[in-house]
Write a protein that binds this ligand. Sequence first.
Ligand code: NDP
Length: 240
Amino acid sequence: MKKIAVVTGGARGIGNGISRALHEAGYLVAANYHSGVETAKKFHEETGIPIFCWDVSNYEACERGIAEVCEALGGTVDVLVNNAGITRDSMLHRMNPEDWTKVIVTNLNSVFNMCRLTIPSMRDKNFGRIINISSVNGLKGQIGQSNYSAAKAGILGFTKSLALESASKGITVNAIAPGYISTDMTDAIKEDVKERIKAGIPLGRFGKIEEIAHSVLFLADEKSSFITGAALSVNGGQYL
Ligand code: NDP
């Protein structure tokens, strides 16, 4: 039987690549989206992958969304990829409380929401793969990203704790910490800043969406059963 995979923010950017890779590998994929309605529709038309709209920062919305996915795909979630994320960058002395909270609830509370709601059925069937998308900046910090780095570092602690709790149940919980990847998120960075960042990456370039998708496929594989609580850096060799 095909395994069911849910990818949050799965219709755009890195999530789009992850959804496609899982689909091509034979998973039944549900791609979640929130505000990008047109992008999600186009993604669905191109791939045939079903799309589901909900706000991952809202617990009740996640509850409804997951129920809808399970009903539509005829089973419970086997593979959960917590990919949805935002930035609201500014130096801390200028950061307003709304930008702090928005990033924390979207990037970190969402991981609690989605895991809390899918882990019971994974425990029941003694199988699950949870892959949380963190960031190189959660490991090393970044100017203007105290909110984002705090959320992404929080994901790492969460991942390790849930991995320990789930180890006896055939569920692995891992994080991927991407370096800079070419997407809408990094398109927003000024050209001169981009060049400076690239100079600090041993491979001399930003990563590709497919390179993150490939790492997700690897961790989702049944044969990756001895890897749990790990934070896999996929960052072109950036020194941390
Ligand atoms: P994009 O800005 O291109 O896409 C963000 C995705 O998150 C969209 O699919 C968006 O969906 C979704 N999303 C945002 N808010 C919500 C919400 N409340 N509910 C549901 N979905 C939401 O980002 P990337 O593809 O670049 O990033 C994907 C992940 O990878 C993020 O977690 C990011 O932090 C992480 N990352 C990215 C790096 C990079 O260099 N690009 C580096 C390291 C980590 P919609 O448009 O429908 O709202």
